[in-house]
Design a protein around this ligand. Sequence first.
Ligand code: GLC
Length: 742
Amino acid sequence: MNAMDDVLIAGASSRSTDPIEHKITSLLADMTLEEKIGQMRQVDASGDQINDDLRNAVKAGRVGSVINQVDPDLAYELQGLALEESRLGIPLLIGRDVIHGFETVAPLPLAQAASWNPELVRDCARIAAREASSCGVNWTFAPMIDISRDPRWGRIAESFGEDPFLTSAMGVAMVEGFQGDDLSNEDSIAACAKHFAGYGASESGRDYNTTNIPENELRNIYLPPFKAAADAGAATFMASFSDIDGVPATANAFLLRQVLRDEWAFDGFMVSDWDAVRQLSVHGLTENDKEAAFEAASAGVDMEMTGDAFVEHLAALVNEARIDIETIDQAVANILRVKLRCGLFDLPFASKERRLSAATAESMNAVKALATESVVLLKNDRRTLPLQKTSVNSIAVIGPMANAAVEQLGTWTFDGDERRSVTPLAALHAHADDAFDVRYVAAMESTRSLDTTSFDAAVAAARDADLALLFVGEDAILSGEAHCRADISLPGVQSQLVKAVSETGTPVVAIIMAGRPLTLGDIVDHTDAILFAWHPGSMAGPALCDLLFGVTSPSGKLPVTFPKMVGQIPIYYNHKNTGRPPSPSSVIHIDDIEIGAAQTSLGMTAFHLDAGYLPQFPFGFGLSYSEFEYRDLKLSADAISPEDALRASVVIENKGAVTAQEVVQLYIRDLVGSVTRPVKELKGFKKIMLKPGQSKRVSFELTCKELSFYRRDKSFGAEAGEFQLWIGGSSVAELSARFSLT
Ligand code: GLC
C-alpha cells in the first residue's frame, strides 16, 4: 500500500469513490518531491515580478499559485505555461485581495456589517467575483472575519465588527457570494476565511501585535465565525500573523490541526499570510528559515504565501526524516482538492471575451444599495433630516470628504476604478438641478490638514446658506493593514471646522466617512444631525444624496461599539457582568468628587471616573426617519427542554410618517453558567420594511444550539437554568422576558 492510500484512508474512506480524490491520488503518485513542494508555494507576480525566473519556475512545476497579477494577458500567460508546458499540467491559483469589490467598490466590510443585510453583502461579493474572475483571478483573500473590539486597530475596517453572530452571518454571505452556486463556475472565485485566529485581539490595537486569548474566550468569541465559514464551504483559510498565547498562528498546531482538521474536518487548504513562515524567526519561535519551514509545515500550513522557506528547505527536512512525506502529501492533496473543486483543470481561464466593463448598471446599483443601507443615523435633532428639496434654497457643502473620489473608496481597493467613484458633491449637484444652490468649500486639502486658513470661506458659505453639510472623517490611508491610531478622534483640524461652522447658527449635518468608529464627543454637540457613512465605496455620493433627501430612510445599525474616549477601549456590548457591575447610581464623575474625599467614598464598581461605563453609541444602534414601537413580546413557553425550540415574537409598528426599514434584534443572557456569561448575546436579527402605521409580528426561534457555549470543562453545550431575552432595535433594547432551560 503506498503513502497516498494511507492519506486517503486517514482522510475519509468515503472519498474513495470521489473522482476528485482519485485525481488527487493519481497526481500525487506521479509527482516528484520537488513538484509537490512547488504546489506549496505562492509567488508574488505583481508588476515586474513576471520575469523569466518565474516563467521557468512555473514551467518546472515549482509554483502552485501567484498573487497580485490582474493583467488578464499576463495571468493567462502564466496559466498557459502551467497547463501546457509543465510536466503534469497542474493549473495555478491566481490570488488577489478582493476585499470589498474589484473595479466597482462596495462599502468597507465594516460598513457592510452595518447594513445587517446579508443578501446585499452576497450580491456585492457575487459582482466582485464576476469582475475579478474576468481578469483571471480565481482566489480571493476574503472574508476577513476577525472579531474586532478595538477601533484603534486599522484592520477593524476590513472586519464585520465585534459580534460573533453578525460576523458569522456576514462572513457566510461573502463566502457564498464569491463562490457562487458552484465553485467551478467561470465567474466563481475561491474564498479565504482569514486571519485564523484571534488577530483582532492585537494588544493596544497595534497591528501584528501580541494576542493572549484564553481558550474559552477563543472558542466562544473568536472561532465561531470561522466555523461558520468552514461549514459554508469556504475553500481556503489563512493563518494569522499574530502570536497567540506564545505560539504564532502560522506554527500553531492546536489551531491548524486540532481545531480546523480534527474537530471541524475542514478539507480545503491553509495558506500562510505574507511571508509569515519566515517571520516565525522574527517572532523568536525559530532560529532560521529551515526551522520556520519545519514548524509551519508540521503545524498545518499547506501553502507559503510569497516566502521561500518551503521551497528552500522542505525537501531537506523530508530527506532528513524530520517531516514525513505524508505531511507533504496531505498539504498537496488539500491544495489539489481546491484546484479541482474550482474546476481549474477543465476551465483554467476565464474566457477573454468575459473581460467585464466594471461599472455596469447592475454593479453600480448593487454597491449603491449596500452603501445606502450601511449608513447609520447617529443623531437627528429637531428632524433636521430628511431635507426637503423645495425648502432649501442654498446648501453649503463643506469639508475634505465632500469630493474625495479615492478616499471614499476606503482601504484595500487596489483595483477600484476612481473614475467611476461618484462623490457627494457630484451627486448633490446632480440632485440640485437648479432647485437649490450648492456652495462648495473643501476648507481642508485632506482630513489630516492642520491648515485653518480656508475656514473663513467655509464659515461665510455656511452663514449664507440654509444648511451646512459637513463631510469629514478619515482619509482611506488612516485605516487598513498597519494603519492604526492611538487617538481616534477626527484627524487634523476637522473638529475645529465643525465648531466654526456651527457657530454661524446655520443647521449643521455632519456626514462622517471613516474606516473605524471615531470618538465624536467634541463634535456631537456642535451638530444637528450625524450620518456615519464609513467608507461607502464607488456610489457614496448617490447613496448619501438619497438618504439626505429622504428618498430612503437610514436603516444602518452599528456593528461595533463607539467609545466616548479611547481610554475606554476595549468596550463592547457582549461584556461580562463582573462582580461589581456599574449602574447610573454607582458612577461618580471626576468633576463631582469633593476635594479631600475619603478613599472609600466613590462608587465601588467597574467604571472610569472620567468616562463612566457607557459608550458614545452602543452596538446595534441606529436611528431612522421613522419611529418604531415594540410591544407584546410573547414566548411560546416559560421553560423548554433541550429538545424543544422556543419561539419568541414581538409586534413592531411604524409610528412615523415614512416607510422605513428596521433591524429587529434578539439578544439573550444566560444568567448563570459554569463560566461567566456575557450580559447580552445577539442570537437573531431580521431586517423588515414597514409603511407608516403598518405593524408586523416578527418571530425568532431559539434552540439548544443558540444557548450553547464552551463550558468550563471545555465541552460545548447548553446548561439548564434561567435566561433573559430582549427584542428591540439595538443592544440596549428594553422589552424583555425570562425563560428557563430544564
Ligand atoms: C497581507 C494581509 C492579508 C492579505 C495578504 C495578501 O499582509 O495580512 O490579509 O490577504 O497579505 O495581500
